[in-house]
Design a binder for this molecule. Structure first.
Ligand SMILES: C[S@@+](CC[C@H](N)C(=O)[O-])C[C@H]1O[C@@H](n2cnc3c(N)ncnc32)[C@H](O)[C@@H]1O
Length: 208
């Protein structure tokens, strides 16, 4: 039910989202670079919450294959169209929640960009990512850590969310996220926050 409501929200804004300019282009480029340190031409990659697929399409030339999933069919439709326009053939865009991904197939890298703070079951998902990775595989994430969060947002969310006006948003500190990722068994390979309020980039390795 919650997921269906969130999917409706992201469907509603998919068109606008697809036209948004990246806030900090230099930080975004650096996150791409830091991610590619962990990718090889043989890499099998999973990205969840891929949105309109910009990040998957940029990584596509550096890996074997990316399965990129999102709960919003409108986001996936835009992602597929753009990949087709760009002649990208090694990314499969599918409508799916990370919860639907089985652990029977394993990946060299899993990406979760601007998504962990939106999940009601964040710890469970981090555990699933661990199970989805081959030994030595890497979980790359970029997450807005809102701490206790702005008061207005905390007040607005319980009112706006049932109406589908806002998605699920969770408030936690960077240290909480790092503890959750490490608690799942990962070793933190790289942690970088471009600015005081910026999303934190974390590359975490499953021990080999
Ligand atoms: C803030 S957008 C980020 C999109 C993209 N990763 C980016 O960095 O631009 C969050 C995306 O996560 C998707 N999403 C939310 N919950 C999800 C879930 N449980 N599984 C997969 N995708 C989900 C939403 O539909 C939305 O497209």
């Amino acid at each position: 039910m919650t997921k269906a409501r969130d999917a409706r929200f992201w469907n509603l804004i998919a068109n606008r989202y697809s036209k948004l300019k990246i806030g900090d282009e230099a930080a975004y480029r650096e996150k791409l670079r830091l991610t590619r340190v962990h990718l090889t031409p043989e890499s099998q990659v999973l990205e969840f919450g891929c949105g309109t697929g910009g990040t998957a399409r940029l990584h596509a030339p550096f890996v074997r294959h990316i399965l990129a999933v999102d709960i919003s069919d409108k986001m996936i439709a835009i992602a597929r169209q753009r990949a087709a326009d760009e002649g990208i053939g090694n990314v499969s865009f599918e409508v799916a929640s990370i919860d639907d991904i089985g652990t029977d197939r394993t990946y060299d890298a899993v990406l979760g960009m601007s998504i962990l703070h939106l999940l009601d079951n964040r710890k469970e998902v981090i555990g699933k990512v661990y199970d989805c990775l081959k030994p030595g595989g890497v979980f790359v994430s970029s997450t807005t850590c809102l701490g206790t969060g702005p008061l207005m947002l905390r007040l607005a969310l319980p009112l706006a969310r049932p109406l589908g006006l806002l998605p699920s948003v969770h408030f936690f500190e960077i240290r909480d996220l790092v503890a959750e990722i490490a608690g799942a068994g990962f070793e933190i390979a790289h942690q970088w926050q471009p600015g005081p309020k910026a999303a934190v980039f974390i590359a975490a390795r499953k021990p080999g």
